[in-house]
Design a protein around this ligand. Structure first.
Ligand code: SF4
Length: 146
């Protein structure tokens, strides 16, 4: 099967964004920062498609516990597929081992979920996988998933 990889990039580099909005927008207005750097590029990339697929899993965080395998992304007017929604972390680990999937080395260094560097820290014992994302900022999602 051919895979057509497309790299989606924000309209501005970090330096250009800093010049327009000021430095460290991720600290001052992370919702705006995510809207500029993540949501807008994805939405441009999805234009012309009727459906999209994600790697969301129910066991990643309480906010993802109700993720449907097949859903309707009302905001974008597209079918949203989450084929591994019911997988556990153990399922993922087994698949990675069985199929030799390349993974981010940070996953083996305490980063259970890897996002942008300024907004990601290691996860502590007992925390859910996404607890290290925007830690202490009351933000749990970047906006790609509602
Ligand atoms: S995760 Fe942080 S740095 Fe990345 S786009 Fe969102 S606010 Fe900006």
């Amino acid at each position: 099967m051919d895979v057509n990889l497309i790299t989606l990039t924000p309209r501005q580099s970090v330096a250009e964004q800093d010049a327009e909005y000021g430095p460290r927008l991720h600290d001052r207005d992370p919702d705006l920062c995510c809207a500029l750097r993540k949501v807008a590029p994805l939405e441009a990339g999805l234009a012309g498609y009727d459906a999209w697929a994600t790697g969301l899993r129910r066991d990643e965080s309480p906010t993802r516990a109700g993720t449907p395998v097949v859903g309707w992304d009302a905001r974008r007017g597209k079918v949203k597929l989450s084929p591994i929604a019911r997988w556990t972390q153990e399922d993922v680990d087994a698949y990675v081992t069985e199929h030799g999937v390349l993974t981010n080395p940070l996953l083996m260094d305490g980063y259970a979920s890897v996002g942008c560097a300024p907004c990601t820290r290691r996860v502590l014992a007992g925390e859910d996988a996404r607890a290290g994302r925007w830690a202490g900022r009351g933000k749990t999602e970047c906006g790609l998933h509602g």
